[in-house]
Design a protein around this ligand. Structure first.
Ligand code: SAM
Ligand code: SF4
Length: 331
């Protein structure tokens, strides 16, 4: 039986979100600036061998679920080779991917064959022009096509839409309607301050409450349903809809009490909370030649010093200003 890992607050940790690159082919304005992005030199990224070693180690400690994210994961050369390697690692039961879909289409048959557990497709609008305004690239058609291909391949799909005041509010209801005829989980995410520029409002207007209220006005039959264990989303159902609706309080941080996830950034730094600024440089330890046992000890130390929530993590940051891009964190 696989080992169970707990943090200092008694929360099980079994889920790793791994950023395989900080690079991206889109420029979503809530994630990164349009220009002047300083991508990491390639040698600063974890190599596939380092990732394999780290995931194997973490799996032996109790990690059973992994999400590959970034940046855009499919921008990393030979991503499928990495996925095939991770598939072989004992203890990793589920592999998930978060992608913007632009480069994803050719890989769908292989993802299906490898038994990918689900794909989170980021799509903030159903309108081509708005897509271009938000992502600063004219790639709506590719993302839309990938949604159709994933549905046809019967790979479980979650759509991720960041709710942005003055940008895509008119899209909320049409996106909910996608769940009527398709078995999709449509998830609306509160906008977080990780836009790579450090400029962010102090108070959020489109909170999870406001998003739910807005949906309920159009669909009075919206019902709250049980949330899966450790889920960050509040789940809702509309009678006779094939899919469901999720609302993620990413800025309000109401889900920390059951948080089961850790992150490793593109540069190989461990984050035990989305809002901390990195608690352990695993890449450096590996490149210094530390043994698996030493790495394990350092990881355990970090897991037993985990902040109780995102507010405590933010307070403890050495760099007080939240100015990093979500693409480096691994959203
Ligand atoms: N490039 C891939 C994509 O967009 O799906 C994976 C990486 S992206 C950083 C992962 C998720 O983070 C996306 O669903 C994106 O919408 C979300 N995200 C990025 N910046 C965000 C922000 N400031 N607030 C909330 N969600 C954000
Ligand atoms: Fe790229 Fe994803 Fe960030 Fe958009 S949200 S810029 S697609 S990493």
């Amino acid at each position: 039986m696989q080992q169970q890992l707990f943090d200092n607050h008694g929360r099980p940790i079994n889920y790793l979100r791994l950023a395989v690159t900080d690079r991206c082919n889109l420029r979503c304005f809530y994630c990164m600036p349009e220009e002047g992005i300083h991508y990491l030199p390639k040698k600063e990224l974890l190599t596939f061998e380092e990732i394999e070693r780290l995931v194997t180690l973490m799996a032996s400690m109790g990690i059973s679920k992994i999400r590959l994210t970034g940046g855009e994961p499919f921008v990393r050369t030979d991503l499928m080779q990495l996925i095939r390697k991770i598939r072989q690692i004992k203890g990793i039961q589920d592999i998930h991917i978060t992608t913007n879909g632009v480069l994803t289409a050719p890989f769908i048959p292989e993802l299906k064959e490898l038994g990918i557990a689900s794909v989170n497709l980021s799509l903030d609008t159903l309108d081509r022009d708005r897509f271009k305004q938000i992502t600063r690239r004219d790639e709506f058609d590719k993302t839309w096509e990938v949604l159709q291909l994933l549905l046809t391949a019967k790979i479980p799909v979650k759509l991720n839409a960041v709710v942005m005041d003055g940008k895509n509010i008119d899209d909320i209801i049409p996106m909910v309607e996608l769940a009527k005829d398709h078995p999709i989980s449509v998830r609306f995410i509160e906008e977080m301050p990780f836009n790579g520029e450090g400029n962010h409002y102090a108070k959020l207007f489109w909170t999870h409450h406001k998003i739910v209220e807005h949906i309920r006005l159009a669909f009075p039959s919206l019902q709250k349903v049980d949330d899966p264990k450790s889920s960050t989303a509040y789940h809702y159902q509309i009678p006779n809809f094939k899919g469901n609706i999720g609302v993620i309080a990413a800025f309000s941080r109401t889900f920390c009490g059951t948080c089961n996830r850790i992150r490793v950034t593109a540069q190989g730094v461990l984050k035990t909370c989305l809002y901390d600024d990195g608690v352990l440089n695993i890449k450096n330890l590996m490149r210094e030649g530390r043994s698996d046992e030493e790495l394990k000890q350092q990881l355990m130390k970090a897991f037993s010093n985990r902040p109780k929530d995102g507010f405590e993590a933010e307070q403890k940051r050495s760099n007080k200003k939240v100015n990093e891009s979500m693409s480096t964190i691994g959203g």
